[in-house]
Design a protein around this ligand. Sequence first.
Ligand code: SAH
Length: 366
Amino acid sequence: MQPMADGSDWLSTLLERASGSPRSLTLGELESLLLLEGRDDLDMLYAAAHALKVRCCGQGVAVRGLVEAGNVCAKDCFYCGIRKSNAAVERYSLSADEIVAAAEEAKRLDYASLVIQSGEIESEAHTRFIEDVLRRLAPLDLGITLSLGEQTEDVYARWREAGATRYLLRIETSDPELYAALHPAECSWKRRVECLRALRRTGYQVGTGVMCALPGQTMRSLARDVMFYGEMDVDMIGMGPYIPHPDTPLAAKSPDMAAADRLELGLKMIAVSRLYLHDVNIAAATALQALADDGRERGVLAGANVLMPNVTDVRWRKAYRLYANKPCLNENASLCRHCLDRRLDAIGEHLIYGERGDSRHYFARS
Ligand code: SAH
C-alpha cells in the first residue's frame, strides 16, 4: 500500500511494473491507483498509460463511425434516457437504406470501421433486419461492431455469419448487487455474463465496459471491474462516466457530483485498464466529451486508442439521448471529422484513416 514518505517513488515503481507485463497489479494496487488525487500523481498515471498505448497499439487513434440505429428499447434500465418507460422520447428506427447511407458516409470519410448501436430488441423480425443490413454493408468492406444488447447465441452467430466481427456489450458493473440496484428485476447480471461468453464462442472480438461514478459505487468495485475485464479476457473496452438523465429514476438518487470529477474518474478508469490489460482496444466514450469539451482527447492522453465519431443523420441525434448534455447534436459527420483532426493534432496524435483497427489482443490470443 501507499507509503507515507515518498508517494511518487511508490507510484513510479508501481507504474513501471504495470507497464512491464499485463495483469501484474493486485486488486489493492488497482484501487490505490483509482484513489490517486494529486495533479502530479494523476499526470504521471496518464503519461504512463498513454506511453503504454503507443507501445502496445501503435501511434495514432483508430476510428469508427457510430450509427445510432434506433432508440426503441425493451429494457427499463434505471439510468438510461431511452428506457422503455420514458414517454418523453420520440422513438425512431432507421431504415436499412438510412443505415447503409450512414455507412457510405463513414466510408467516404475514410473510416474503415463502423459501430451499429441501438436500444435492445429481441425478435425474429429484428434479427432478420440486422442480417439484411449486414449483407448490404458487405461490399463496403468495413470492420463492423454491433452493440445491440443481449441476444441468444444463435442470433449472435447469425449476425457473425452475416458479416459482423466485433460486439460490444457493457456489463455496466461487475458487482451483481450494484447491477440489481440499477436495473429492474427482470434484468439478469448472469445472463449478461453468459452473453459475453456466447459472443466469445461465436468468434467475435468481444468488448465490454462499465459506467463509473454511479451512485453507491466504490473504488474497490471499480478495481474489481478492471479485474473482471481481465478474467473475461476481453478484446475491447467501451466505458465512461455515468451522467444523470433527468427523465430517469436514478437521476433523483444521484448525488451531485461536479462534471470535472466524473470526467477524472473516467480518465482514471481508462488509464488503469490500459495498465492492467496492455493490448486491448479502449474507446474514449462520447460521455467524456459531454463532461468537458476536450474530454475525448484527454481520454486518448490517458491511454484510449479508439474514437467513435457519430455518423448518424443529425436529424436523429437528439432522440438518441442516453444522458444529459449529449454533445455535437448539430454537427454532421464531415464537420465532426474535421474537428477531431484538429483536436488530435493539438495533442500530437492523429486519427488512423483507412485501417480497421482490430483488437491486437484478439489476434494475439487466437
Ligand atoms: N442497449 C445496448 C446499447 C445501447 S446503450 C446494450 O445494452 O448494449 C449503450 C450504453 O450507454 C449502455 O451500455 C450504458 O453503459 C450507457 N449509458 C446508458 N445510460 C447512461 C447514462 N445515463 N450515463 C452514461 N452512460 C449511459
